[in-house]
Design a protein around this ligand. Structure first.
Ligand code: SAH
Length: 364
């Protein structure tokens, strides 16, 4: 079956730390929550202006999917914001009696802690909830079945580490680094190519699943246009994490070879790069693209420890797989210290969240 084929193309999974313990994503994602909050007003306006209620006919069921929902609670806020905006739109048009029923699909990798997600579903929700496991780089929904896609803090995750990076004989072998901001041009090119391929898969598969006239809202952590990779804040933080691992390798706590072959599959795109990908794909119009205000003020104001633990919740699964669980506390203590010693990166490093609203083009 075509859908299964497309899904199997991208099977590597890096879910966030599950449960609700002290290191969980549930407890360490206020920054991502901030992004959902600052996007709310724009989202309201876009839905009020751009959503065509006719696309719901004849069933009058509104199908919304949150891609990369993780374990909560941020996904629930995002869903509430969207459904409130849709209801408001009906009310403003005097269509109170025609407010649709809502079906919400929560998607993430199969290894995501869906039990945690379902346990914390808001008890008084006014929608039907369903979980959809699988990578959003492949097909996860039937043709023409979704009216609005939402995805926040997810599109920077690549489907895999670019394969050139793990081959010792390849010029893109990333010795002593775990990411691309301090690496050779070959490494950077391999990451850029993987990003372009993944974004095309993402847009291509969504374009089949969304109805004509349907909207897709993406909230993406990235870098401002024109900012070099080496001056992009999340890249600089990942580089410090790599330095921490190398320090542990020198002390003999981890094997250096393992650091050489370890790479974080994340890419921080600029709004311009996204625009180019949407243009290449050709199935969507860009209705809006806008940088969001910084979710919680600047990095220094959020606190280095909070940021370090956000990083841990997001990357511990990957690190554990390569180096074992026992190194995690020491690694993140060291990383936290390095962040504290380098407050300057919060001034020199540039990071943004930007929002893009895409509409599936109507058939000619
Ligand atoms: N949207 C939530 C969670 C963001 S964390 C929030 O705003 O808080 C990123 C999530 O994206 C993780 O749960 C991760 O597992 C998921 N993710 C990353 N790549 C994915 C993919 N290819 N398919 C589905 N989910 C993915």
């Amino acid at each position: 079956m075509a859908a299964a084929e497309e899904t199997s193309k991208s099977s590597e999974a890096f879910p966030m730390k599950g449960g609700d313990g002290p290191n969980s994503y549930f407890k360490n994602s206020i920054y991502q929550r901030g992004a959902v909050d600052v996007a709310k007003q724009i989202l309201n306006n876009e839905i009020a202006e751009k959503l065509d209620v006719e696309i719901l006919l004849p069933s009058n069921t509104f199908s919304l999917a949150d891609l990369g929902c993780s374990v909560g609670p941020n996904t629930f806020s995002a869903v509430d914001n969207i459904l409130e905006a849709v209801r408001l739109k009906y009310q403003c048009q005097g269509l109170d009696s025609q407010i649709p029923e809502f079906q919400v699909f929560f998607n993430d990798h199969t290894l995501n802690d869906f039990n945690m997600l379902f346990k914390s579903l808001p008890p008084n929700r006014q929608y039907y909830a369903a979980g959809v496991p699988g990578s959003f780089h492949g097909r996860i929904f039937p043709n023409n079945s979704i009216h609005l896609f939402h995805s926040s803090s997810t599109n920077h995750w690549l489907s895999r580490v670019p394969k050139e990076l793990v081959n010792k004989n390849c010029p893109a072998w990333n010795k002593g680094e775990i990411h691309y901001s301090n690496s050779t041009d070959e490494v950077v090119k391999a990451y850029e190519a993987q990003y372009a391929e993944d974004m095309e898969c993402f847009l291509h598969t969504r374009s089949q699943e969304i109805v004509s006239g349907g909207l897709m809202v993406l909230i993406i952590p990235g870098r401002p246009n024109g900012t070099p990779h080496s001056k992009t804040l999340p890249n600089m933080m990942l580089q410090l994490l790599g330095t921490s691992l190398m320090e542990m390798a020198r002390k003999g706590v981890v094997v250096e070879d393992k650091v050489d072959s370890f790479n974080i599959p994340a890419y921080y795109m600029s709004p311009q790069e996204l625009e180019a990908a949407v243009e290449r794909n050709g199935c969507f119009n860009i209705e809006k693209i806008e940088n969001l205000p910084s979710p919680l003020g600047d990095g220094a104001a959020i606190g280095t420890r909070v940021l370090a633990y956000h990083m841990r919740a997001a990357s511990e699964g990957l690190i554990k797989q390569q180096f074992g669980e026992e190194i995690l506390d020491e690694l993140f203590d060291l990383f936290c210290k390095k962040l504290e010693q380098k407050p300057s990166i919060f001034e020199s490093g540039k990071g943004i969240y930007f929002l893009v609203v895409l509409m599936k083009r109507m058939p000619n």
